[in-house]
Design a protein around this ligand. Structure first.
Ligand code: FAD
Length: 315
């Protein structure tokens, strides 16, 4: 079986769901071999084994957090040179895409970004023009480097006992030219990560800037908060929460859109959600054409009542 290298996306060893998706996709094309860069491998071991990694290259070094992503690209290229993988999969996060680009230059390989599917023969699918078209393509030069959007595959567990190989990290001075001087913590809301949440409640221009009812419903359901671009552009919610073509792609079990008309660019980021509910005061709002359940009404009335009812049922 060919080796498919998967770069592990993690925070101090806590593996993000995107990695379990990449391991699932990698299994279609060969043996998924994980590459863990950073610190906290002990915390990651169990998840990587549970999702079928046959081997893990472990390169633990604090340098990875110190010099932006150049060291990651360098070490990944070193591992690729010795393993000669059939492909390298990375998450379509800002860091993942930058590492992929640098890696493609180092390996003189073709690259495909933002794939939403990968076949056994490494043919990839990309969703373009607000998901109106699908493009299938293959890398024909070098080692295919593919970044995959979050929620592109349902993670499927496949227990394994991966072999572990420690990698001695040697990072060139060139890769150390940009140093992180300061980090500021993202707001800690206690809510799940938007891209990984099973429930997302999003607010749009219809909130009038008051996201209180949206956040309260999200909290009652244990979900994340999303926002339309109109809400983000108005300064009502941070861009990190924007759902859509120029925001995040989400695919939760339940997506609730409140005061969002359903523009094509918004739909591009949420249309694969399993159950879609919309609350909008305009019965002609385009969002109602794609929902499983629609409520015509003022979100400032409907959402608090839904929150109250859910909270009551939860006892
Ligand atoms: P509107 O379209 O103004 O809709 C507001 C809705 O709220 C209406 O249906 C209205 O009836 C309803 N409403 C008003 N008051 C209430 C109330 N009290 N209770 C209930 N309902 C109420 N958009 C995104 O969302 N994500 C993207 O990533 C994105 N990327 C884009 C990229 C490009 C290149 C372009 C050109 C556009 C992009 N857009 C994106 C913008 C997109 O075209 C729409 O402008 C935007 O999605 C509209 O946001 P909205 O639905 O919140 O606002």
């Amino acid at each position: 079986m060919p080796t498919i290298l998967v770069l592990v996306d993690h925070a101090d060893g806590v593996v993000r769901k995107t990695t379990t998706e990449l391991l699932t996709l990698a299994r279609r094309a060969g043996d998924p071999v994980a590459v863990f860069l950073g610190s906290g491998y002990e915390s990651a071991r169990e998840t990587l084994a549970a999702y079928g990694a046959t081997k893990v290259y472990v390169a633990e070094s604090s340098d990875f957090g110190t010099y932006l992503v150049a060291p990651e690209a360098e070490v990944l290229a070193q591992i690729a040179a010795t393993t000669e993988p059939a492909a390298i999969l990375l998450p379509s996060s800002p860091d993942g895409k930058e590492i992929a680009g640098r890696l493609a230059v180092k390996l003189q390989s073709g690259i495909i970004t933002d794939a939403v599917d990968i076949d056994a023969d490494l043919t990839t699918t990309q969703s373009v023009f607000a998901a109106e078209y699908s493009v299938t393509s293959r890398v024909t030069h070098g080692t295919p480097i593919i970044t995959v959007k979050p929620n592109s595959a349902a993670p499927e567990p496949a227990a394994s006992t991966p072999e572990e190989e420690k990698v001695t990290v040697s990072i060139s001075d060139t890769a150390k030219r940009a140093t992180v001087v300061e980090r500021s913590e993202r707001e800690t809301t206690g809510r799940p990560d938007l891209a990984e949440a099973a429930v997302v409640v999003s607010g749009g221009r219809g909130t009038g800037g008051d996201f209180g009812p949206v956040e309260a419903l999200a909290d009652a359901l244990g979900g994340a908060v999303g926002a339309s671009r109109a809400a983000v552009d108005s300064g009502w919610y941070p861009h990190a929460h924007q759902v859509g073509q120029t925001g995040q792609t989400v695919s939760p079990q339940l997506y609730i859109a409140a005061g969002i008309s359903g523009a094509i660019q918004h739909r591009a980021g949420m249309q694969t959600s399993k159950t879609i509910v919309a609350v909008d005061k305009d019965p002609e709002a385009p969002i109602f054409a794609m929902v499983d359940f629609g409520v015509v009404g003022d979100l400032h009335t409907v959402l608090p009542r839904a929150t109250e009812e859910i909270t009551k049922r939860q006892g």
